[in-house]
Write a protein that binds this ligand. Structure first.
Ligand SMILES: *[C@@H]1O[C@H](CO)[C@@H](O)[C@H](O)[C@H]1NC(C)=O
Length: 289
């Protein structure tokens, strides 16, 4: 028989258990500009229509592929630091058919936030912080002999990237930059910071772009640890508006004209897992850690 004392004890235990925070839940503390976190109920086909996708359903990808063929939901993955219980990771994959328009040198698939206009986007003004987490899929490993662009902000006239988050062998910097690292490069392709690619753990990045002062700040953590600042404030030319892109752009080898020519293996099946994608307003100095 349960005495009132035991009942009270059970209720206390139950409410204590409920009060323990979910280990994966870190809260976004600043005003959200674009939320690219994928709700757990999201279906792959949701990425094919502007009515249901958080991203542009038409770009940037091979025209014969739908996003529902490009995106995968990794099994048994609990999500990254800012995904909590209500969001899940996604994986962007590339295949031989990942040729955008006539760019035969590249294999690419890149997500663009649905509200991120090439000119006049709120995410390219003021002070904004892009968050994303990455994890490796051992079954779809990248070939680090190649140069990969994974996350970047490209100017509206497509002449430059204000920053590039990359891995693999950076063409022209083969001797100085290790291939098995994630690298943040400035607008003039100089290394700002790098860290080894982890095989199993989430790696969390936040990049603050001050579009008025032309600076960049970088935050990083592993697993479910809070982000911490890993650079001083770096001067960086953030002019030119444009859009963020998140996915994979694999450059060819053996060419001076990477867009149109060069060598790509056939039978490509590669992927990069992403979680916790969002952009927040850091005008007041706010960054979710
Ligand atoms: C990696 O890419 C290089 C250059 O394209 C190619 O020679 C090599 O076979 C590839 N390695 C694997 C394991 O696919």
């Amino acid at each position: 028989m349960l005495t009132p004392t035991i009942l009270t004890l059970l209720f206390t235990l139950a409410s204590t258990a409920l009060a323990v925070p979910h280990p994966h839940a870190a809260l976004i503390k600043c005003p959200l500009i674009f939320d690219g976190r994928i709700k757990t109920r999201t279906q792959l086909t949701d990425f094919d229509s502007s009515a249901t996708s958080l991203f542009n359903p038409d770009n940037v990808k091979g025209s014969s592929l739908k996003w529902s063929q490009i995106i995968q939901f990794p099994e048994r993955d609990k999500g990254s630091r800012f995904d909590g219980c209500s969001h899940k990771p996604l994986e962007v994959t590339i295949a031989d058919a990942s040729v955008f328009k006539t760019q035969c040198g590249f294999r690419r698939a890149g997500l663009i936030f649905s509200g991120d206009k090439n000119i006049g986007s709120p995410a390219s003004r003021g002070v904004k912080t892009l968050h994303f987490s990455v994890r490796e899929d051992e079954a779809r490993g990248l070939n680090l002999t190649h140069e990969y662009l994974n996350v970047w902000h490209e100017t509206s006239d497509w002449s430059a990237n204000q920053f590039s988050f990359q891995t693999g062998t950076i063409i022209g910097q083969e001797g100085s930059l290790a291939k098995n690292t994630f690298k943040i490069l400035s607008r003039d392709n100089k290394l700002i910071w790098s860290t080894p690619v982890e095989k199993k753990e989430w790696q969390n990045f936040a990049i603050t772009l001050d579009f008025d002062k032309n600076t960049l700040n970088l935050y990083y953590s592993k697993g479910h640890e809070p982000l911490r600042s890993v650079t001083q404030t770096v001067p960086n030319n953030n002019a030119g508006e444009g859009q963020y892109q998140i996915g994979i752009l694999k450059k060819p080898t053996g060419t001076d004209d990477v867009v149109n020519s060069g060598y790509q293996e056939s039978g490509i099946d590669e992927g990069q897992i992403y979680g916790g994608i969002f952009i927040e307003d850091s005008a007041s100095g706010c960054v979710s850690l």
